[in-house]
Design a protein around this ligand. Structure first.
Ligand SMILES: [Zn+2]
Ligand SMILES: [Zn+2]
Length: 480
């Protein structure tokens, strides 16, 4: 195999291209924008290489990675299973990790979906769905260690921190045969008048049963089952000392009720709406216009081109706009930026509500007009233009005046909070991909040894895929 032969490539805009490429050579593909360079390199050659790579994996691994479509090409010969190292402009791509550069990330997604443990991001409580039997066993273990005769009260929390008087609820419960409720911590009878402040938040729990767990496990299980039905999957168990435990039968945080879906590999992908941080759409960054890039040199005046954003257009109407703004705020186009007062600078940069008279004349003086209006400010104007333009070139020009900040919602981690709170051995998927190759191998070796039998079986194949690829990376002295 000395060359890669591609015949009849028609993906996207490629027009039935036939080409031969030398193997094991560094190849540069050039051409005007839109000629199909990346379609050939990524969507055809790489897509086919990756498809072959996925086909080389075990059936077990394949079922989670999804079907890969064959690119629209008649024939490709001489191609090995491929992985791609995507080059992005460094200003836009925060960083690549071992996990994202190689296909290891696909296996990590799989592993986290299979054995990851969700936690409430707010309360750091392990989220699990529990059966009534499981809850009963946990109660017996917690309450009956020393004293087999201790009693507990099983409660169904039907109102949690909500306002209202709940008169109808109490009479309905009484009609259903529930004689006691616990209202804001106090046990009350439903056949007596219960007065609640309409404008305060209340906790109302139905008393399902009072019993001794160790002596009557089946009655405990029944009480828990009934409570779960009444309280949409929640049950509270209260012991004689007033200590209480809240359980959820659903995948939900027992404290705040935040619901969790069943884990799926796609939730761990920042390219998927199921996983991507909703604030930054999975990019991990926020770009914002930087005043110090828009006016980089405070020694300059507007006439010298102090506003770098407008440097090419200083003679045009934009320059005249700035002159009008300067005049209105008491300076002129020959005032060095460093001489502006704070208010003048802020007005120039962020705009003002004041009505300003803008006078415009054409360069040759044969047209003149004026109008009154507001000055929106260099930064709001840039934000608006950036949002409006459809031109990639214009957007890139404007991006020169932006600085890149980590996304405030995900701290640059690109995934939803809930996804980042799924842990394996106390680590999120991002914690794992941030490890160096050798630490990562150590982590997985330790992990496999620590897993229970069921999880280990699930994870074994995934782990071996991860290890062989990490081992390969380690072997070629991967540098990150
Ligand atoms: Zn919570
Ligand atoms: Zn984000």
């Amino acid at each position: 195999m000395k060359k890669i032969v591609i015949k009849g490539a028609r993906e996207h805009n490629l027009k039935d291209i036939t080409v031969e490429l030398p193997r094991d050579k560094f190849i540069v593909i050039t051409g005007v924008s839109g000629s199909g360079k990346s379609t050939l390199a990524f969507d055809t050659i790489y897509a086919e290489g990756q498809r072959r790579y996925v086909e080389s994996l075990s059936a077990y691994a394949r079922q989670f990675l999804g079907q890969m479509d064959k690119p629209d090409v008649d024939f490709i010969d001489g191609l090995s299973p491929a992985i791609s190292i995507e080059q992005k402009t460094t200003s836009k791509n925060p960083r690549s990790t071992v996990g994202t550069v190689t296909e290891i990330y696909d296996y990590l997604r799989l592993l986290f979906a299979r054995i990851g443990v969700p936690h409430c991001p707010e309360h750091n409580i392990r989220i699990e769905s529990q059966s009534p039997e499981g809850i009963a066993d946990s109660i017996i273990a917690k309450t009956c260690k020393n004293d087999q005769s201790r009693q507990v009260t099983v409660l169904a929390p039907v109102v949690r921190q909500k306002k209202g008087t709940y008169g109808q609820l109490f009479s309905d419960l009484n009609a259903e045969g529930f004689m006691r409720v616990r209202v804001n911590g106090e046990i009350l009878r439903t056949d007596e008048e219960i007065e609640l402040d309409r404008y305060k938040k209340h906790d109302i729990q139905i008393v399902m049963d009072r019993l001794s767990p160790a002596q009557d496990r089946s009655r405990l299980v029944e009480a828990i089952e009934n409570a779960l039905k009444k309280a949409e999957g929640l049950v509270i168990v209260l012991d004689a000392d007033g200590k209480e435990w809240l359980y959820s039968a659903k995948m939900a945080c027992p404290v705040c009720g935040m619901a969790f879906e069943e884990l799926q590999p796609r939730m761990f992908s920042f390219n998927s709406p199921f996983g991507a941080c909703e604030t930054c759409n999975g990019l991990g960054i926020r770009m914002e216009f930087d005043p110090d890039l828009i006016i980089p040199d405070m020694d300059l005046c507007i006439a010298d081109g102090a506003v770098a954003l407008y440097r090419n257009a200083i003679d045009g109407w934009r320059g005249q706009y700035l002159a009008a703004v300067a005049k209105h705020f008491g300076f002129d186009i020959f005032t060095p930026m460093k001489a502006l007062t704070k208010d003048q600078y802020n007005a120039l940069m962020y705009g003002s509500d004041e009505r300003i008279k803008f006078s415009m004349s054409m360069k040759n003086g044969d047209a003149y007009w004026s109008h009154n209006g507001q000055w929106e400010g260099l930064i709001p104007q840039s934000v608006r233009l950036y949002g409006q333009t459809n031109s990639e070139y214009r957007r890139e020009e404007l991006e020169k005046f932006m600085r890149v900040l980590p996304c405030p919602a995900c701290n640059g981690k690109r995934l939803k909070e809930k996804v980042l709170a799924v842990k394996i051995a106390e680590r999120s998927i991002v914690d794992v991909t941030d490890l160096s190759a050798s630490d990562c191998i150590a982590f997985f070796e330790k992990l496999e040894a620590s897993l229970g039998e069921k999880d280990r079986e699930i994870a074994r194949q995934v782990l071996s895929e991860i290890r062989s690829r990490l081992g390969f990376l380690d072997h070629v002295a991967w540098a990150t």
